[in-house]
Design a binder for this molecule. Structure first.
Ligand SMILES: CC(C)(COP(=O)(O)OP(=O)(O)OC[C@H]1O[C@@H](n2cnc3c(N)ncnc32)[C@H](O)[C@@H]1OP(=O)(O)O)[C@@H](O)C(=O)NCCC(=O)NCCS
Length: 331
């Protein structure tokens, strides 16, 4: 048998830079409570959301991705030509094909980087980081751009009380590349398709085209709440253990921005240290699905709450049901 060469492996990977953008319109609770018979007070108490950010009609997932990508590249000090892979995680891009990522790569000047989309909803960013880490260390890529981008407002029903009022638009991005030290702990990720009916699109595209109704999102809020508040704590614990550290070592907790009460519940159960930086971007941005973790990270930097070298625990969870978590060294 003739032997072939395999790509030389790279010992370590890390996140080199992070950036994010939000939809330009600030939508208050009062702006949306009418059709769902709710109130600013109820929404703030039950979710922690004060405003959500939504993009204008002429903005799409590619526009949001491009803007976030440019900021992440700048933060990383990497040029677009150095990228060899671009991954866009989204569930709100309207074309089955071609992937949004190929156009994002073209817009930022990353051609001919490999470019593809992944669909893992609110776990999408952590899935992207898991892939980027594996690609870099396996030698399949050197610099990978991971983008979580969503225009959730295209899938809301103003009369829906289950999820629409939570949702916002935005994109967050991270550049992952080689490192002198371990910068991304083992990813603890998984899915449970037997619970696919807990968060879903009301109709698939084929039946929506036949019926002429626009599909929107729905969820079984209480079941999702319980799953996220309790089962995701085990996943987070496993990610801490897998990274070979303890809860006391974690300096920032950056969970998916689904509900402030879920975030508080997780902090309590994980026994994270007092004074730790916590991603609470949901208050102003709402739930932006795959974009929410990098956006919350970006805000912690802007607010001076995290610093380069801090250990951050990030965990994404949502439709699928799908989840992913890892401890990373912040760039
Ligand atoms: C959606 C969510 C905020 C609803 O909050 P909740 O506390 O579970 O609300 P419940 O469904 O238990 O309903 C409690 C009461 O509020 C009412 N209510 C429900 N939705 C409401 C709304 N949007 N506005 C006002 N009242 C509402 C209910 O009718 C009920 O009234 P009752 O006590 O008179 O019967 C919450 O379940 C949640 O955040 N779930 C998980 C979200 C999540 O993580 N989703 C995305 C994963 S990616």
């Amino acid at each position: 048998m003739t032997t072939i060469k395999q790509a030389p492996v790279t010992a370590h990977s890390r996140v080199l830079g992070i950036g994010g953008v939000r939809g330009e319109n600030v939508v208050s609770n009062d702006d949306i409570v009418g059709p769902i018979d709710s109130s600013d007070e109820w929404i703030q108490q039950r979710t922690g959301i004060v405003t959500r950010r939504r993009a204008g009609a002429d903005v799409d997932v590619i526009d949001l991705s491009e803007a976030a990508a440019r900021l992440a590249l700048e933060h990383a000090g990497i040029s677009a030509e150095q990228l060899d892979t671009v991954i866009v995680s989204t569930v709100t891009y309207f074309r089955q094909t071609p992937a949004a990522a190929t156009q994002v790569a073209d817009r930022i000047g990353a051609t001919p980087a490999a470019a593809y989309d992944i669909s893992a909803a609110c776990a999408g960013y952590t899935y992207g980081i898991a892939q980027a880490d594996a690609l870099v260390r396996s030698g399949a890529a050197q610099y990978v751009l991971v983008i979580g981008a969503e225009k959730m407002s295209d899938f809301i029903d103003p009369t829906d009380r289950s999820i629409s009022f939570l949702l916002g638009d935005g994109a967050g991005a991270a550049v992952v590349g080689p490192s002198d030290f371990p910068g991304i702990g083992p990813s603890v990720w998984g899915a449970d398709g037997s619970r696919a009916d807990l968060i879903y699109q009301t109709e698939d595209w084929r039946s929506a085209l036949k019926s002429g109704t626009w599909p929107t999102l729905r969820q079984e809020g209480q079941s999702v709440f319980k799953w996220a508040s309790f089962q995701m704590v085990d996943v987070a614990r496993k990610a801490i253990e897998a990274a070979g550290v303890t809860a006391e070592d974690i300096r920032a907790f950056i969970p998916h921005q689904a509900n402030m009460r879920i975030i508080d519940q997780m902090i309590k159960q994980l026994k994270l240290p007092d004074g730790i930086a916590v991603g609470r971007d949901i208050a102003e941005t709402g739930n932006t699905s795959a974009a929410s973790i990098p956006l919350a990270t970006e805000r912690l930097y802007r607010d001076g709450q995290v610093h380069s070298g801090d250990l951050a625990l990030q965990i994404g969870f949502g439709a699928g049901l799908a989840y992913g978590a890892q401890v990373i060294v912040l760039p």
